[in-house]
Design a protein around this ligand. Structure first.
Ligand code: AMP
Length: 607
C-alpha cells in the first residue's frame, strides 16, 4: 500500500496528516500528488466532493511554497464562502508543522480591511471566492505576480453561480507560465471550454466514472402524490431513526416552510438558506456539525461547502432544477469511503428526471416504497431497544434510588417490566401511525399488467422486469456482493436454487451494482431465503442478505399486531428531549446502507 512519504510528501506535512488520522492516500491523491510534485503540469480532475481532492492539490502546493517569499504563490478559487473557509482550514491543518506558512481565505461578507491587513503581513496561499478577489485586485491590495499555481476548485459550481467573467478577469492577471489545476464534480461543456482556453495540454484524471456518483452511495426514489411529499418525508425520516442528513428544497421559502413543519412536528431540524443572516447560518451549521441538529433543511447554495463527513442520508425533497446539481447533493453522503443513501421524493410527473439522473450518474435508482406504519413502528421499537441496551448508566447518580424502585416493582415479572417499559415509550408512535395510509403511487394499470406477466417467470427462466416497478407478492432483499465480486444475476439465481432445494421460488428484479445489489423473491420465501443466504459462503467471503429498506419483513405477520399492545396516548413528541446528540449507539441501524460494508473479500470463511 502506498504511503504519503512514498508519494514524495515531506516529513513535516506527514506529521500533520498523522494528526488528522490520514493513514493512506485516497485514489485522487495517489494520482495527483506525484504529478504535481514532478514537472510543471496542468491537470483537469473529475472528482466528486468527498474524494479527498483538497489534500490532492493542497499537499503539493504547501510543499512547493517558498516560505521566505511573502507574496502569494498559489491561488485557489472556489464558489462559496463556506468552501473557502473550509479549504483554508484544511490547508492549515495539513501545514500544522510547516513553519512560517500563511494561508488566507478571502471571501465576501467579511471585512475587507482585515483581509488587506493580513495580505500586507505576508500570505503565500490565497483561497478566494472570485468576487472578493476581484475587489481586492481592483484596490491593488493583492499582488499576483508570484503566483505559480491556480486551482479552480468546484469549477462547475463556480460557473453555475455565474463566476465565468470574474474567473476570466482574474486569470488575465496571473502570470501566464503558471500551472492551472481544475477540479470539478461534473464536466459540462462550459467547464471544458475553460479548460481549453486556459490550460496547456492538461492531464485528465477521472476518479470514478465521468459525471458519475460515488460508488458507495445508494440512490432510492419514492413516488407519491405531490400533496403527500411531506408525509413521505416524515415517514422516511422515522424509518431511519439514526438519520443524520440534509433535506434539499428548491427555494428559500420552501426550505423554511419544511423546516418549520418538521420542528413543529417534533423533529430535530433546522433551516439553512440565504435569507438567514451570516451569523444565523454559522450557528445552524455549527449545530449541525456537532450533531445537535439531526436534519438540515437547505437550499443548494447554502449547503455548499459544509464539510460534514458522516451524513447517512441526503433527501431530495425537490429535485434540483439543474439535474447536474444532483451529484453535488448526493456527494455529500458516502464520503471518505463511508456508505450513504441519496433519496428522491418525487411525483409521477418527475419520473423522467430520475431516468435523466441515472444517465448522469451512470447508476440505477432503486424504487423504494414509503414505509407504512407497521414497518416504522417496528424500526423505532428496535431502535429504542438498542438505545436501552447501550445506555450508559451513571451508577453514582442512580444507585441510591434503585433499592426502592426494585421494591416497588417486586410484584412484576421481568417480561411485564419489559412490556410496560416498551409500551410507555412506544404508544405515542403507535398511535400516530395506527391509521397510516399507503401513500405510494403505484404504476399505472397498463404497466402493472405488463409487469405481472413479465414476472410470472420462475427462476429457471431468470425473468427480469423493469427494476423500478413494484409488484405485490415480491419482497426485496439486499445483498452485500455485486458484479465486481463475481456475483451476476445468473450466479445469484444459482445461489438461490442451491439454498432452496425442492422449492419453486419466483424471482423478480435483480439489480446488481459493483459491490452490492437487490433482488426480489416471493414474499413467502423472503425470510427463509434471507436466513438461508445470510452468512453463506460465496467466493471465500460471507454474504449478508437482508430485507431491503421499506419492506415489511415477511416475519411481521407472525408477530403480535401492534394494535393489541398498550393504550394509545400522549402526543407525538418522542424526539423532543431525546438523547440524540450524535452518540451513535453501536447497534444503531441505518437501514441496509449500514450493512453494505460487510462484504469483505478478505474476510475469512466461517468455519
Ligand atoms: P475533500 O474531497 O477534500 O473534501 O475530502 C473529503 C474528506 O476526506 C475530508 O473530510 C478529508 O478530511 C478526508 N480525507 C482526505 N484525504 C484523506 C485521507 N488520505 N485519509 C482519510 N481521510 C481523508
Amino acid at each position: 500500500m502506498t504511503t504519503f512519504e512514498e508519494l514524495g510528501i515531506s516529513k513535516e506535512i506527514v506529521l500533520g496528516l498523522v494528526d488528522l488520522g490520514f493513514e493512506v492516500p485516497m485514489p485522487v491523491q495517489e494520482k495527483v500528488i506525484p504529478l504535481l510534485l514532478g514537472q510543471k503540469t496542468d491537470i483537469v480532475a473529475l472528482a466528486q466532493t468527498g474524494t479527498g481532492k483538497t489534500a490532492a492539490y493542497g499537499l503539493p502546493l504547501i510543499q512547493q511554497t517558498d516560505t521566505d517569499n511573502h507574496l502569494p504563490q498559489a491561488l485557489i478559487l472556489c464558489p462559496t464562502r463556506e468552501l473557502c473557509v473550509q479549504i483554508a482550514g484544511d490547508l492549515n491543518d495539513f501545514a500544522k508543522y510547516v513553519d512560517n506558512l500563511k494561508v488566507l481565505p478571502v471571501y465576501g461578507g467579511s471585512s475587507m480591511e482585515v483581509q488587506i491587513k493580513s495580505l500586507k503581513k505576508g500570505v503565500q496561499i490565497v483561497v478566494a471566492t472570485p468576487g472578493r478577489l476581484l475587489d481586492l485586485m481592483r484596490r491593488r491590495a493583492i499582488k499576483l505576480g508570484s503566483v505559480h499555481t491556480v486551482v479552480l476548485d468546484e469549477a462547475d459550481e463556480m460557473l453555475n453561480m455565474g463566476f465565468l467573467d470574474s474567473i476570466n478577469d482574474i486569470l488575465a492577471e496571473v502570470p501566464e507560465d503558471r500551472s492551472t489545476l481544475l477540479f470539478s464534480a461534473t464536466m459540462p461543456n462550459e467547464v471544458a471550454v475553460i479548460a481549453k482556453k486556459y490550460m496547456k495540454k492538461p492531464i485528465e484524471i477521472t476518479i470514478g466514472n465521468k459525471n458519475s456518483g460515488a460508488e458507495n452511495i445508494k440512490h432510492l426514489y419514492y413516488t407519491v402524490h405531490a400533496k403527500d411529499k411531506y408525509t413521505a418525508l416524515k415517514r422516511i425520516v422515522d424509518f431511519y431513526p439514526s438519520i443524520y442528513g440534509i433535506v434539499f428544497c428548491r427555494t428559500r421559502i420552501d426550505t423554511q416552510e419544511i423546516a418549520d413543519k418538521l420542528i413543529a412536528d417534533g423533529y430535530n431540524a433546522e433551516a439553512l438558506h440565504g435569507d438567514l443572516s451570516q451569523s444565523q447560518r454559522d450557528s445552524v451549521m455549527q449545530k449541525f456539525r456537532i450533531r445537535h441538529v439531526q436534519l438540515l433543511v437547505a437550499t443548494d447554495v447554502a449547503a455548499r461547502g459544509l464539510d460534514v463527513n458522516d451524513l447517512t442520508h441526503i433527501i431530495n425533497y425537490a429535485l434540483p432544477d439543474d439535474i447536474s446539481a444532483y451529484t453535488h447533493r448526493s456527494g455529500r453522503t458516502g464520503r471518505a469511503g463511508k456508505t450513504g443513501t441519496s433519496i428522491a421524493i418525487i411525483n409521477l410527473k418527475e419520473k423522467h428526471l430520475i431516468r435523466q439522473i441515472e444517465k448522469l450518474i451512470n447508476k440505477p435508482f432503486i424504487a423504494a416504497k414509503v414505509p407504512g406504519g407497521r414497518e416504522i413502528c417496528e424500526k423505532q421499537l428496535f431502535n429504542l431497544i438498542n438505545k436501552m441496551e447501550n445506555v450508559e448508566i451513571e451508577h453514582s447518580e442512580i444507585d441510591p434510588f434503585l433499592p426502592s424502585i426494585y421494591r416497588k416493582l417486586e410484584w412484576l415479572e421481568k417480561e411485564d417490566v419489559i412490556k410496560r417499559f416498551v409500551a410507555l415509550e412506544f404508544n405515542r408512535f403507535l398511535e400516530y401511525y395506527r391509521n397510516a395510509k399507503d401513500i405510494n403511487v403505484h404504476e399505472e394499470k397498463g404497466h402493472e399488467s405488463r409487469e405481472k406477466s413479465g414476472r410470472d417467470s420462475f427462476r429457471d427462466k431468470g425473468g427480469r422486469g423493469d427494476a423500478r416497478k413494484e409488484v405485490t407478492g415480491f419482497t426485496r432483499l439486499s445483498i452485500n456482493a455485486g458484479k465486481a465480486d463475481g456475483l451476476y444475476p445468473n450466479t445469484l439465481i444459482e445461489l438461490i436454487n442451491a439454498s432452496s432445494p425442492g422449492k419453486r421460488i419466483r424471482i423478480g428484479d435483480i439489480t446488481l451494482s459493483k459491490h452490492d445489489g437487490f433482488f426480489e423473491v416471493d414474499n413467502e420465501y423472503a425470510k427463509f431465503l434471507s436466513e438461508a443466504l445470510n452468512d453463506a459462503e460465496f467466493r471465500g467471503s460471507n454474504l449478508a442478505v437482508e430485507l431491503a429498506a421499506g419492506q415489511a419483513p415477511a416475519s411481521f405477520n407472525e408477530r403480535r399486531s401492534f394494535k393489541d399492545k398498550g393504550k394509545p396516548g400522549g402526543d407525538r413528541d418522542f424526539r423532543k428531549g431525546s438523547d440524540y446528540k450524535g452518540k451513535k449507539s453501536p447497534g444503531d441501524d441505518q437501514g441496509f446502507a449500514g450493512r453494505a460494508d460487510r462484504f469483505n473479500p478478505k474476510k475469512k470463511k466461517k468455519k
